[in-house]
Design a protein around this ligand. Structure first.
Ligand SMILES: C[C@@]1(CC(=O)O)c2cc3[nH]c(cc4nc(cc5[nH]c(cc(n2)[C@H]1CCC(=O)O)[C@@](C)(CC(=O)O)[C@@H]5CCC(=O)O)C(CC(=O)O)=C4CCC(=O)O)c(CCC(=O)O)c3CC(=O)O
Ligand SMILES: NC(=O)C1=CN([C@@H]2O[C@H](COP(=O)(O)OP(=O)(O)OC[C@H]3O[C@@H](n4cnc5c(N)ncnc54)[C@H](O)[C@@H]3O)[C@@H](O)[C@H]2O)C=CC1
Length: 212
């Protein structure tokens, strides 16, 4: 399996099942999509901004729900295997992306696995090991590494725009590399005292041989 990134901003996602897993999926997708969760009961876990609709569709009614919501991705997270299997079939027939929470291992290309995610601003890490317990431990380690990276991504995106058209590519690359490798910059991120942008400017000036 290969990790690919999907831009689901502003798209609809339909989740069947309001248990712990359905809630987790709703929170994952509600970061950027319009999420509808259909379920007869809802756990007390957060559902983000998802819209919750109380209903218990039989397998025969699944297609009608999919056509009504018109999602790009459908999640089967009920504890009813027949419903989950129907969600899979209906989504596949329509060429939609889908995720079955009750299946692991080999799958069709439209059947996407949901990795564990670590996010900080525009920085996103997707992690899969095939063994959820191992995934969780590795995710916790990665969280520490990624902490602050979102702020650095925003700063360096701005820097890239500023350096573009002013310096040749090789010098721009050297300046950006010096910034993202700098311990001084990483220490200044989120400490609320140092001004990371000022440190970035100093490093760029040293690298490009200019006075700040
Ligand atoms: C294939 C996949 C589904 C997919 O394709 O999307 C899948 C499948 C299954 N998970 C099961 C069980 C558990 N999953 C978790 C947790 C997570 N599971 C997640 C992803 C995935 N799980 C996908 C591939 C992930 C990968 O490759 O690493 C994470 C990463 C993301 C998320 O779900 O949001 C999230 C960690 C979040 C984090 O901490 O970062 C826990 C722990 C808990 O809930 O606390 C348990 C109980 C303990 C245990 O069993 O280990 C079962 C058995 C169900 C049963 O027994 O009925 C199946 C089905 C099967 O194995 O057949
Ligand atoms: N991918 C993962 O990380 C994990 C996957 N699982 C699998 O995912 C399934 C769901 O897990 P949990 O959320 O823990 O189970 P759960 O039992 O807490 O939740 C199931 C939800 O489905 C709802 N439901 C039942 N019939 C429905 C229908 N016809 N239409 C819509 N909703 C319906 C229930 O009301 C309940 O809200 C499990 O059966 C298990 O196979 C379980 C743990 C982790």
């Amino acid at each position: 399996m290969l990790p690919l990134l999907h831009d689901l901003a502003g798209e609809s996602v339909l989740v069947f099942g309001g248990g712990r897993v359905g809630a987790r999926r709703a929170r994952t997708f509600a970061v950027e999509s319009d999420v509808v969760v259909v379920s007869p009961t809802f756990s007390e876990h957060g559902f983000g901004d998802a819209r919750r609709v109380r209903a218990a569709p039989s397998p025969d009614a699944v297609a009608e729900w999919v056509d009504r919501v018109d999602p790009v991705l459908v999640v089967a997270a009920t504890d009813d295997t027949a419903v989950n299997a129907t969600v899979e079939r209906v989504a596949a027939e329509r060429g939609l992306l889908y995720n079955r929470a009750d299946r692991a291992g080999a799958r069709d290309p439209c059947h996407v696995a949901i990795p564990s995610m670590v996010r900080d601003g525009d920085v996103v890490v997707g992690l899969s090991t095939g063994v959820p317990a191992l995934t969780k431990v590795l995710r916790q380690r990665i969280e520490a590494d990624v902490d602050g990276a979102g702020e650095l991504a925003a700063l360096t995106a701005e820097l890239r725009r500023e350096l573009r058209d002013v310096h040749p590519p090789e010098r721009r690359r050297a300046a950006l590399r010096a910034v993202v490798r700098s311990d001084r910059v990483w220490k200044a991120l989120g400490d609320g005292v140092a001004n990371p942008r000022q440190i970035v400017d100093e490093i760029v000036s040293e690298e490009l041989g200019e006075s700040p």
